[in-house]
Design a protein around this ligand. Structure first.
Ligand code: SF4
Length: 385
């Protein structure tokens, strides 16, 4: 995947569909630009067709070069597109493919036809930003990513399952679980990733009969008095009265660690099921990805070494985890720390974050940036409510 270690993004949705750019368009554009800088210009041969959609036809028309068989690339200079099957209808494509049963790379085209028939779908590769803007999710009527949370239903997966490909059921269930958990108020932190607290001006999801009401000026005291950590709190069912007397609620942030644990467990369970039902070599998450998740969770103050434990519990396997050099405490030390923080009225998660920052800088002669990071941790919104 084209994701660097430092990018942490939410599940994609229609209004924030970052994935098509980052996972499809940008890597394809990087490749094209690399070839342009190597050879001066490139011509891509694409199977795009006018009859795919009115938008597709329109975009192709706009970029056609008068009197030439080439189109200009919609965004990249010195990149051109040759579309040899531009005038083909969908039937023409299948007629052509089935004239010869074998593809140039030796696969059976009848298998391909069966695949499309079973899924009730069609899926061209989205490599064009203009098409992306108007086409909606590629999960709508095409093959998309199996975890796509942009669409409310993955019609391709359900099409396969309805046509008897039952080993896909665990994947279908996991995708639906993902789609629903992101709207589960209990699963979301009540602050942003950087600790910022924000208010929503609607009360959707709040149970008005049982909700507690707190004035914004008293929120800090309320959280302290009830020992509420916004990073881990489940649904607070809390109405906030703002300075203008308007009723609001705390806006949701990223998943709580508990919800992340649940998602990881379900993913590993899904992997196990498809390995048993279909192919033992199927891997839904790699060891490298698990190591990155572990690193993120540590940054988010998971000092319980959860990822290795979850992996072992769900798969029965041990893997060679790199040494955990974060400041960790034994269970009884952790209990003492929690008790002391409570007695001294010190916020435990801030205390852990400060220790973590200090540890990150230990061993360096020049600790540039340390004070800035400590300051940032101490300025987190929720500490100053
Ligand atoms: S299929 Fe869904 S998750 Fe995948 S790139 Fe398209 S919109 Fe994003």
């Amino acid at each position: 995947m084209g994701i660097t270690n430092r990018e942490r993004l939410p599940l994609p949705r229609q209004k924030f569909r970052w994935c098509t750019d980052r996972l499809k368009i940008e890597p394809a554009n990087r490749f094209i630009l690399d070839k342009v800088s190597q050879f001066g210009e490139v011509i891509m041969v694409l199977g795009v067709r006018d009859t795919e959609s009115a938008t597709r036809a329109n975009v192709m028309q706009q970029h056609t070069i008068e009197g030439k068989n080439l189109m200009r690339h919609s965004t990249l200079t010195n990149a051109f597109v040759f579309a040899p099957i531009r005038d083909f209808s969908t039937d023409d494509v299948w007629d052509y493919l089935l004239q010869s049963n074998l593809s140039p790379w030796g696969e059976d085209n009848n298998e391909l036809l069966r695949l499309y028939q079973d899924s009730n779908s069609e899926c061209p590769l989205v490599v064009d930003k203009e098409i992306k803007e108007s086409a909606g999710s590629c999960g709508n009527s095409r093959f998309g990513c199996w975890t796509c949370t942009v669409v409310s239903e993955d019609k391709a997966l359900s099409g396969f399952i309805n046509n008897g490909v039952s080993w896909l059921e665990p994947l279908y269930e996991f995708r639906n679980f993902l789609y629903h958990i992101r709207n589960d108020r209990n699963a979301r932190q009540k602050q942003r990733m950087n600790g910022q607290v924000y208010l929503l001006s609607h009360l959707d999801g709040i149970d008005l009969d049982s909700a507690q009401q707190v004035h914004i000026n008293d929120l800090g005291n309320f959280l302290d008095a009830n020992n509420i950590d916004l990073a881990n709190a489940e649904d607070l069912n809390l109405i906030i009265v703002d300075h203008d007397g308007q009723l609001k609620q705390l806006g949701p942030g990223p998943f709580t660690l508990k919800a992340r644990e649940e998602i990881l467990r379900r993913l590993l369970q899904t992997q196990k099921k498809v390995q048993q039902l279909h192919d033992p070599s199927i891997e839904l998450i790699s060891i490298e990805e698990l190591k990155i998740i572990r690193q993120y969770w540590e940054e988010d103050l998971d000092w319980d070494n959860r990822v290795p434990n979850i992996y072992e519990e769900e798969t029965g396997l041990k893997i060679n985890w790199e040494e955990n050099d974060r400041p960790t405490f034994a269970e009884d030390q952790m209990t003492d720390l929690e008790r002391l923080c409570l007695e001294e009225n010190v916020n435990l998660s801030v205390f852990k974050r400060l220790l973590s920052i200090e540890k990150n800088y230990s061993g360096y002669k020049i600790r540039r940036g340390l004070h800035k990071e400590l300051e940032k941790a101490l300025k987190q919104d929720f500490l100053h409510l």
